[in-house]
Every structure is written in structure tokens, then in C-alpha cells.
Design a binder for this molecule. Structure first.
Ligand SMILES: NC(=O)c1ccc[n+]([C@@H]2O[C@H](COP(=O)([O-])OP(=O)(O)OC[C@H]3O[C@@H](n4cnc5c(N)ncnc54)[C@H](O)[C@@H]3O)[C@@H](O)[C@H]2O)c1
Length: 364
């Protein structure tokens, strides 16, 4: 078991990474809450809910609120329904909300926890790889509005994050690969050892070996913890975590959030960023090849079919892009920089490197 810390003064918290934490979750609660409401993804609840409830019941009165296993759960109306349920249960500020699921459950449950009675204690138990290395850490909560994704949200830190790598085994393989895109992002931007593990432990990663995954999750969660500790409110260094995301978000939006999973879209986004950086003289061919090999190794797309105009149009209205066309690029591996001098010619140069003209959606 590994423990990492997000350092935020009196709001600091631990991220615990290990196996079978679902069964020992009660050991990691600070104090003894009266009521515990588990906001759970219904698929995850079906797989592991009984075990979690058994553990938490040792320390409190447990209630479950189930939410659909899709992005549609991150809605204003769903948030309202959960808030109503919390009121019915007479939850008080010193009780506890536990989210149990992927980024959908932590974004939605975190949002509800942040506004119910102006803030209830919150613990995340992320069950997707993306949740464990990214979404559950750092306090961003969100719900989608008809006008766009994550348009409503708060910054609200949990008091603990429990990453149980043994539950990753049941993740659908496409979801698992999607999470690996974020893992590779940390490798490209911050830590060579992550890329080495992706390269040398292909079979262990494919079978979600708990030891290898605990090592990868702890390395990535540790990086996110350090970044958030230094820039909680996303004013400076946290932007680096958006490597590949300008293009990736645009690709997701252009595909109506149905064609591409987030990790698939940001893999192409990172390939695009690498080609942009090469076009600007920041990266050499070998570094672009390191990108390609890393994604290819875990079965993520390195090229895809998309409408360039739709993608460029979508990033031009991205909320993160509006305040000053900033691109996260690499000036050499593990050396991220933020540049606002990317020109249309660089973009024209980089697009063909990631675009497929055949009807297949992606190549591995
Ligand atoms: N707050 C943040 O900082 C942040 C960062 C990145 C992404 N996000 C958000 O996260 C969301 C995406 O999260 P996600 O990729 O984790 O997807 P998700 O929460 O939609 O889960 C993906 C699918 O996997 C299933 N699942 C989850 N855990 C499982 C398990 N252990 N076994 C079997 N099935 C399991 C779920 O039922 C669901 O069908 C998006 O809404 C995105 O906006 C938030």
C-alpha cells in the first residue's frame, strides 16, 4: 500500500493506493461519521457495492444513491435528485458522502457534496483508471449543461482518495486503455520511468497486474498531487495537465461525445501536439516516435478520421482556449512549456500526421 499527500494546508489529504481497499474502506475514514451516503455508479455498485457497504457499515449508517453508468448522469437534474435524497435522509454537515465509480461519479458526487449545506465531508473511491490518476484528485467537480460539458462546477477537495487497483480488472478494456492515455501523459510530461514501465510491462498492464498498476497509479497520482498542491485553482502549473487536451476536447466535441472516449481523443491530441512541437523545432523525430510507440503499445489510436474544420472550429470555442490561445507543448520529453505563438502553418503542418483518410476511425 502506498500513501501520497495533496498538500493544501488545513485541507491537505491522503491518496491511498493499494489492493482490496473496498473491503477495508472503513479503516481509512477520519473520525466516525454518523451517516454515510455512497453515491455510486450503478454498474460499479452491482460489482462491488455490497463489499463496500459491508466495510463502511462497521463505522456508520450507510445509504446508497445509485446513478446511471453514463455521462448523462452528470446533469443538473440528477444533482438535484441526489440533493433531495440527502435532505430526505437528513444528512448533516458532519456526515459523509463517498463517491464510488469513475469520473462521472466523482464529478457529480463531489459537486453535490460541495453544495449540500455548503459542504459535507467527502471521500472518493475511484474505480476507473482515469478516476484514480486524474478525476478524483484535485477537487474539480462538475455537471454538464445543455450548452456544454462541465459548465457548472466547484473546486471542492475530498478528505481522502482511496484507489483500489484490484477493481481495475473488471473495467471494459476500451475504458482501461482510455485511462492509459492519461498515464502516458504523465510519462511524457513529467516522468520517464512511467514510459519505461509502459514499454517493458506490456503484458502485465494488459492483464491489469495489481503490483504494476499500483506502481503506475501511485506515480501518476503523486504527480497530480504535487501539481495540485502548487496550483489548486488552475491558475498556472496545472495547465500542463492539459497536454493534448485542446485538440482532444475538440475531437470529443466534434464527435458529439459519442465517437471518441476521452483517452482516445487525447492520445490523438498528444500526437498532434508532438507534431506541432516538431513543426516549431521543439521536438525531434525520436521524441515524436516515443509518443507513437507509447500509445501503440497499449492499443490507443495514433491517427484517426475526423473533419479538420470541425475540430479546429471546436477548439476555437473551447473555454480554456478563449483566454489567450495557449498550447501545452513539449520542448523535449518531460519538459513541458506553454506557448502562444503556434501559427496556422504549424497547425496545417501537424494535422495530416494524425488524420486518416480511410473510413476507419482509428489505427492502433
Ligand atoms: N474532475 C476532474 O478533474 C476530471 C478529470 C478528468 C475527467 N473528468 C470527468 O470524468 C468523466 C469520465 O470519467 P471516466 O473515464 O472514469 O468514466 P465513467 O465514470 O463514465 O466510467 C466509465 C464506465 O466504466 C464503468 N466502470 C467504472 N468502474 C468500473 C469497474 N471497476 N469495473 C467495471 N466497470 C466500471 C462505468 O460504469 C462506466 O460505464 C467525464 O465526465 C470527465 O469530464 C473529471
Amino acid at each position: 500500500m502506498k500513501s501520497l499527500k495533496v498538500e493544501l494546508g488545513s485541507r491537505s489529504y491522503d491518496i491511498v493506493v493499494g489492493s482490496d481497499l473496498v473491503d477495508s474502506a472503513s479503516d481509512y475514514l477520519a473520525g466516525t461519521p454518523g451517516k454515510i451516503v455512497v453515491v455510486a455508479d450503478e454498474t460499479v455498485d452491482g460489482l462491488y457495492g455490497a463489499r463496500l457497504v459491508k466495510s463502511l457499515s462497521r463505522v456508520g449508517e450507510v445509504h446508497r444513491v445509485l446513478v446511471p453508468s453514463t455521462e448523462t448522469a452528470k446533469s443538473w437534474s440528477q444533482a438535484g435528485e441526489i440533493l433531495g435524497r440527502l435532505a430526505e435522509l437528513k444528512l448533516r454537515r458532519n456526515d459523509l458522502i463517498v463517491t464510488f465509480g469513475g469520473g462521472v461519479a466523482s464529478d457529480l458526487g463531489g459537486f453535490v457534496a460541495s453544495v449540500y449545506q455548503r459542504g459535507v465531508a467527502l471521500i472518493h473511491i475511484p474505480t476507473t483508471l482515469l478516476g484514480q490518476v486524474d478525476a478524483a484528485i484535485g477537487g474539480k467537480t462538475g455537471v454538464n449543461l445543455p450548452a456544454g460539458k462541465n459548465l457548472a462546477g466547484t473546486f471542492y477537495q475530498p478528505s481522502r482518495v482511496l484507489c483500489d487497483v484490484s477493481v481495475l480488472r473488471s473495467l471494459p478494456s476500451r475504458q482501461f486503455r482510455s485511462g492509459m492515455a492519461e498515464v502516458i501523459k504523465y510519462g511524457l510530461c513529467y516522468e520517464q520511468q512511467i514510459l519505461d514501465t509502459v514499454q517493458t510491462q506490456k503484458a502485465a498492464i494488459q492483464s491489469s497486474d495489481p503490483e504494476v498498476m499500483a506502481d503506475l497509479v501511485a506515480r501518476c497520482a503523486g504527480i497530480k498531487a504535487r501539481v495540485v498542491s502548487a496550483d489548486e485553482n488552475d491558475n498556472s502549473g496545472r495547465i500542463i495537465l492539459n497536454y493534448g487536451h485542446t485538440f482532444g476536447h475538440a475531437l470529443e466535441a466534434a464527435g458529439g461525445y459519442e465517437l471518441w472516449l476521452h483517452g482516445e481523443a487525447i492520445s490523438l491530441g498528444m500526437m498532434f501536439a508532438a507534431n506541432l512541437a516538431r513543426s516549431m523545432g521543439l521536438l525531434d523525430d525520436d521524441a515524436v516516435e516515443v509518443h507513437r510507440r507509447a500509445f501503440d503499445n497499449v492499443g490507443l489510436p495514433v491517427k484517426g478520421q475526423f473533419d479538420s474544420n470541425a475540430v479546429v472550429g471546436a477548439w476555437s470555442i473551447d473555454k480554456k482556449f478563449l483566454d489567450g490561445q495557449r498550447w501545452v507543448l513539449l520542448e523535449g520529453l518531460q519538459n513541458p512549456v506553454v506557448r502562444s505563438d503556434v501559427g496556422p502553418l504549424n497547425i496545417e503542418d501537424a494535422l495530416p500526421a494524425v488524420r486518416l483518410s480511410s473510413p476507419t476511425r482509428g489505427v492502433r
